[in-house]
Design a protein around this ligand. Structure first.
Ligand code: ADP
Ligand code: MG
Length: 253
């Protein structure tokens, strides 16, 4: 199995001196769906922003992030960015065109797709997120859940091999969560999901990585790590409800 994301000894300090990442290492294999857990401020978003070169401001030459075997460096930043689709924690940080159609088209247009091919791609991406027919709507009139789905459509329209999602189900109501999980399940890309939604993790992710204070403090199969109540509590998390009562069939490998 090839490695889709390889992070080795990643360090990052914000301008004000906050040491956000203190030697983070992990990898994600192609086709895997992995959760990135940890309390608020543990460094999840900072890690994700490094995976398509938004951070650091000038890409380091030390090769601490590799995507599909290629180190993220200034020379190949554009190429690597095309392979990694990042869904921001806050949809309003991602949406910036007046209409849904323009927003979803923006990424593929940058990749040189135009005309009928672009139109078809936008329509296809909208239908993948169950928003077909909403092309003409104003992005600022969408509900929170719809905004998330339009952001996802924009990311999918660039056909990334690796999908990186920052708390994709936070602020969604139960139906919104259910629908979003169903969409994610249908996407074959390699996925790394930063989240507090442990029910989603149990349903979608085979493996989890736990961060605390900018370091990886645990890693392993989902049910093993999430079922370890002492570990979860120690790092500001909790054992998910679905694992509170033993379901023998769920604990089989
Ligand atoms: P998480 O996503 O796990 O909540 P973050 O990656 O956002 O954590 O934050 C990691 C640490 O970096 C925290 O201490 C946070 O306060 C700090 N931090 C995040 N963004 C900034 C920023 N723009 N400037 C300074 N510090 C920041
Ligand atoms: Mg965050």
């Amino acid at each position: 199995m090839n490695t889709a994301i390889a992070v080795s000894n990643l360090e990052y300090r914000y301008h004000d001196g906050t040491a956000a990442l203190r030697g983070v290492s992990f990898s994600v294999a192609e086709g895997e769906c992995v959760a990135l857990l940890g309390p608020n401020g543990s460094g999840k978003s900072t890690v994700l922003l490094h995976l398509n070169g938004i951070l650091p401001e000038s890409p380091a030459a030390n090769g601490s992030v590799k995507i599909l075997g290629q180190p993220l460096r200034t020379e190949n930043l554009d190429r690597v960015r095309r392979q990694v689709g990042l869904l921001f924690q806050e949809p309003d940080d991602q949406l910036f065109c007046p209409t849904v159609e323009e927003d979803v088209a923006f990424g593929p247009e940058q990749l040189g797709i135009k005309g009928e091919a672009l139109k078809a791609l936008v329509a296809q991406s909208l239908s993948r997120v169950r928003m077909a027919g909403h092309e003409r709507r104003a992005t600022h009139h969408l509900s929170h859940g719809e905004k998330r789905r339009i952001c996802l459509a924009g990311v999918l329209a660039c056909e990334p091999a690796v999908l990186v999602l920052d708390e994709p189900t936070s602020d969604l109501d139960p139906r919104g969560r259910r629908e979003f999980k169903a969409l994610l399940r249908e996407i074959p890309a390699t996925k790394l999901i930063a989240t507090h939604d442990l029910e989603m993790v149990v349903e979608l992710c085979s493996r989890v990585i736990v961060l605390d204070q900018g370091q990886v403090v645990a890693e392993g199969p989902t049910l093993k790590v999430l079922g370890d109540e002492a570990l979860m509590l120690k790092h500001g998390l909790e054992k998910p409800h679905s694992l509170q009562h033993p379901h023998p069939h769920r604990l089989l490998p």
